[in-house]
Write a protein that binds this ligand. Structure first.
Ligand code: BGC
Length: 747
């Protein structure tokens, strides 16, 4: 499309259903990729605006857009293609300070015979360089042979400005050759290792001959015999193809797909005489939403540092516009339970405020169709005929906004989601709750609610016994459900207080749920009843303050007993594991917390680390040295952040950088280091809304009995210091902005 030069500043607004890359005079308008990301396209899409003044020149200009299928009309989750529409669509306007220079209309031309011959997020992209169109966005390009643009009916959905940063390339990693074998007759094959499991794309540099096709497959692991492990991708083909045009070095990276991988296998046919040599190098481009990195943790234990790096990389791999479960197999859904568990860690590593805010609109869109039920994943499409996420999943509507409020002080995210919180509470009360018990197990009750969409949930998902068998039923779903329901009512009440709404009804609801919990699950001494003697039940009851104060210590002691009886095998899953260390520490069992954190045998955080993991695995025993891959490879992702939620404890307790809910966004910083586990130094730093804060400690003295502390408090904030009881606290009550060096000696 030919366009006139601008008067003053020129801004391009681009709205898409599908994916689009826009270029002006041969230059892409932005490094953003996979634009516009994934929203519930039945309700809305987000447009992006770019300053393109520098790309326009006097005289004629040309603008062009390349379209891809993306989530809109490509494969999504376990569904077939075209879930929202049949073809990608876009609308564009280029405006300057006086007028619209160009808009999408029937003057545009299109060509559907370009070099991208296939593109799909799950399946991959195929590119035939012989079909390249040349300088097709230069003003003198002849489009006479192209078709006249097709004008689609305007979809009746909202088109809103994006508030979350777009997905962008973040870094490149060079691949190293790990094997060079040719077991397939007539094919050459090389496998490259990027040393890091990631989400992104392979950039190929090749020298071949015209028509030579390179096939690029992706995998997170290698099999014992060196082959690429692809069983866990299920139906995601995750395969790209590049066909050479054959004039020297050629460079290519797909633009409308991404894969989850650490390794790639590149193969090509050997049909030409061997003297026609193929040369190739590969790099991986790491992609994720372009959020600001704000939090750093480091300590003296290299295994723990690797664990933190693994969580960070799992977040990178699963923060591509939507917080997903995994980036590799045919799932990649915005599972609400996973981010519910991981939100606090996510909010530490990256400023996730607008990312969560934008995604929560997809949660609410699904909710609006299902009578207030919060979906198991968002954007929602019906895959399992399940409309409610149930305990721990649906609860994201409370936990995600509240976490963003605590970490960033964002009240907008609370006001945007307050009505949705109320709707979900009402849904639960109406369809899935009886006498204060959520997921009440009586058969007649369930019959009465059949078809209303109430769901008892996934339990403490992926909790396993010592043989690695599922344990989802050991803590009753009613206990898990009621514990989360109490937490939900509490967050709603606190949200109402922040927003100046009447909080009393939600505090009353909270009191009723707590009472019901105690009546059903605690005995007269405040101990969990015989049928609920599980680690998870104790963790949830303690963390959500459902055990009366007088019985709290005994519950903490009992949790330690249960762990000891089980030789410190954790039988907790996605829902209870994030809090287990915190409740142990809180009830005076810091040593047990460290014992679990530093454990290296199954099940533990460090077994995958010891086994070479570079991301968090979906399950503790996704791969073990003894047994190799888990027996259900189709449900074994090597990039699932949920268990990475432990980083929040490492930051708040091990290093000791905590916030105060009463003065959120680190306006009041609570330094509360809890050294232990033989760790001799630790530090955490964070770019808060008030500025940079940090704590660093190391142990010194002959018996490592002196704690040396460095504290940093930004302007606009203040801090308090809480040392473990065995240290004589030398700090003042209130620490004003500044940098401090302190020491404390163990009594
Ligand atoms: C996903 C999980 C998700 C779960 C629900 C799985 O397939 O990968 O992370 O939360 O389903 O139970």
């Amino acid at each position: 499309m030919l366009v006139q030069p601008p008067v003053g500043k020129a801004t391009l607004h681009l709205a898409v259903l599908g994916l689009a890359d826009c270029e002006i005079n041969g230059t892409r308008v932005s490094p953003d990729t996979l634009v516009p990301g994934w929203s519930d396209y039945r309700f809305r899409t987000y447009y992006r605006s770019y300053d393109v003044t520098h790309l326009l020149r006097q005289g004629a200009n040309a603008i062009g857009v390349t379209l891809g299928n993306g989530w809109y009309c490509g494969y999504v989750g376990l569904l077939a293609r075209q879930n929202y529409g049949q073809h990608p669509l876009f609308a564009l306007s280029l405006v300057d300070s006086e007028r619209a220079i160009v808009c999408t209309d029937s003057e545009w031309h299109y060509n559907d015979h370009g070099p991208i011959v296939e593109n799909d997020l799950l399946m991959g992209e195929s590119y035939d360089a012989r079909l390249e169109l040349g300088s097709w966005t230069s003003p003198d390009y002849n489009v006479e042979e192209w078709h006249k643009a097709l004008i689609a009916d305007t979809p009746k959905i909202a088109v809103e400005p994006a508030i979350s940063p777009a997905i962008r390339p973040q870094e490149t990693i060079t691949g190293s050759l790990v094997s060079f074998d040719t077991p397939i007759v007539g094919m050459s094959r090389k496998i490259f290792d990027f040393g890091q499991n990631l989400a992104g794309r392979v950039r190929l540099r090749v020298k071949g001959w015209r028509g030579l096709n390179f096939m690029i497959r992706h995998g997170e692991m290698l099999e014992a015999d060196g082959k690429l492990h692809t069983a866990n991708l299920r139906t995601a083909r995750a395969t790209d193809n590049y066909t050479c045009k054959g004039d020297g070095w050629e460079e290519w990276e797909p633009r409308f797909t991404f894969h989850g991988f650490r390794y790639c296998e590149i193969s090509w046919p050997v049909l030409e005489p061997v003297e026609k040599k193929v040369e190739l190098t590969v790099e991986a481009t790491v992609l994720h939403s372009d959020l600001s990195r704000i939090g750093i943790f480091e300590c003296s234990n290299p295994l723990l540092n690797q664990l933190v790096s693994n969580a960070l990389w799992s977040q990178r791999g699963n923060f591509l516009d939507v917080p997903t479960d995994c980036p590799q197999r045919d799932e990649r859904l915005g599972w609400t339970g996973d981010i519910q568990a991981y939100a606090r860690t996510a909010a530490f590593f990256y400023d996730s405020d607008t990312f969560l805010r934008q995604w929560l609109a997809s949660v609410r869109d699904a909710q609006s169709l299902h009578d207030g039920a919060v979906p198991p994943y968002a954007p929602y499409l019906s895959i399992w005929n399940l409309v409610d996420g149930g305990p721990g999943w649906g609860d994201v509507i409370f936990v995600a906004p509240w976490t963003a409020y605590l970490c960033y002080g964002d009240t907008a995210i609370l006001s945007e989601n307050f009505a949705a919180m109320l709707d979900y509470l009402a849904h639960i009360e109406r369809y899935n709750c009886k006498d204060g018990i959520r997921c009440y197990a009586a058969a007649d009750f369930h019959k009465a609610c059949a078809g209303k969409g109430a769901f008892d949930g996934f339990g403490d998902w992926l909790a396993v016994d010592r043989q690695g068998n599922y344990l989802t039923e050991t803590s009753s779903k009613a206990l898990i459900g009621t514990a989360f329901h109490a937490h939900a009512a509490e967050i709603t009440a606190r949200t109402a207080e922040v927003l100046g709404e009447d909080a009393a009804p939600y505090w009353q609801l909270h009191a009723r749920i707590v009472e019901a919990f105690r009546k059903n699950f605690l005995d007269e001494n405040g101990r969990l009843v015989a049928s609920e003697q599980t680690q998870a039940a104790h963790v949830l009851a303690l963390h959500f303050h459902l055990v009366p104060d007088h019985a709290r210590q005994a519950a903490g002691d009992r949790l330690v007993e249960l762990l000891a009886e089980n030789e410190y095998y954790m039988t907790t899953g996605f829902l209870a594991t994030p809090y287990i260390l915190a409740v142990l520490e809180d009830t005076g069992h810091l040593d047990t917390a460290y014992r679990l954190l530093l454990r290296e045998e199954f099940p533990s955080w460090l077994l995958p680390v010891k086994s070479g993991a570079t991301t968090i695995w979906e399950r503790w025993n996704a791969w073990t040295p003894e047994d190799g891959f888990h027996r259900e490879p189709e449900n074994t992702s090597f990039n699932h952040y949920a268990y990475g939620a432990v980083v929040a404890w490492m930051v708040t307790a091990l290093a000791g950088l905590e916030l105060d809910p009463a003065e959120p966004a680190y306006r009041h910083i609570v330094f509360k280091p809890r050294p232990g586990g033989g760790i001799t130094h630790a530090r955490a730093s964070l770019q808060t809304r008030h500025g940079h804060t940090a704590i660093a400690w190391h142990l010194g003295g002959e018996k490592n009995d002196t704690l040396h502390l460095t504290l940093e408090v930004p302007e606009g904030a203040y801090a308090t210091l809480s040392l473990p009881p065995e240290y004589k606290n030398t700090a003042s009550e209130r620490i004003e902005p500044g940098r401090y060096e302190l020491t404390a000696t163990r009594a």
